[in-house]
Ligand binder design. Sequence first.
Ligand SMILES: NCc1[nH]cc(CCC(=O)O)c1CC(=O)O
Length: 292
Amino acid sequence: MTSPIRIGTRGSPLALAQAHMVADALSVTHGLASEIVPITASGDLIQDRPLADVGGKALWTKELDRCLIDGRTDISVHSMKDVETIRPPSLVIAAMLKRADTRDRLIGAASIAALPRGAVIGTSSPRRSAQLLAVRPDLKPVTLRGNVQTRLAKLARGEAEATLLAAAGLDRLGMDIGVPLDLLPAPAQGAIGVECLAGRADLMRLLAAIDDEETHRCVAAERAFLLALGGDCHSAVAALATVVDGSVILRAQILSADGREVRSGESADPAELAARLLAQASPALRAMFAGP
Ligand SMILES: NCc1[nH]cc(CCC(=O)O)c1CC(=O)O
């Protein structure tokens, strides 16, 4: 390939940092030049409401997908956590970079236990608020949207006393803040995916060389679990796969919004685990999911 590879990305500082990581990998592995093409996603324009209320994960990918399909970009770089489980059939996630720290970090207190009674916690993630409420029912989750910098600015202005952010994102931004928590993360947290047109065999070959197979297998298992649950952006779902003796083991949980019901389990089979947790769940929790 002679012309630089055009890398479509969202324009937030985190998204740009991730796009540069993919550009570096292509440069190191193949000596290839690339060009970063920032694209505004509809999700970036909506800052005042939880995303779950305005259209979900497609808000992050729709414009990037359009650019690939129209040939304005060659590849898209995504936080895999923000990518819907069902993708357009003409696109394929051809590579995932080696996964970073999968944990959340708490910012604003030394631990969950150290938070003052009734503390206001800024997060728009149903998973994070349910997991917090499961251990501290007195806490008051409030919506806190925007990119990492925006959320931290809102925190500094006193919109909340504390917040949870992904360690991977903070690390990629060079922000050494917060304390890691041992909560089970969102499916695919910490993984960066590279997508291209399924018809571009030339690109798929290049991307295969920067793919981290273990990350890819684990994220695929976490996404298979999400797909089998039939969850949407309102459902609180956590999942983390690891490779143990060559096999993928998935640990996962589904939670009610108030954190009073938590169904957890472990399996080598994502669909089996989804079916098992749904079978254990109360009718109200099960109703949060479309099911297998
Ligand atoms: N939903 C926003 C989002 N998507 C991916 C990351 C962090 C990076 C990652 O998980 O790879 C973040 C920010 C956050 O949750 O703190």
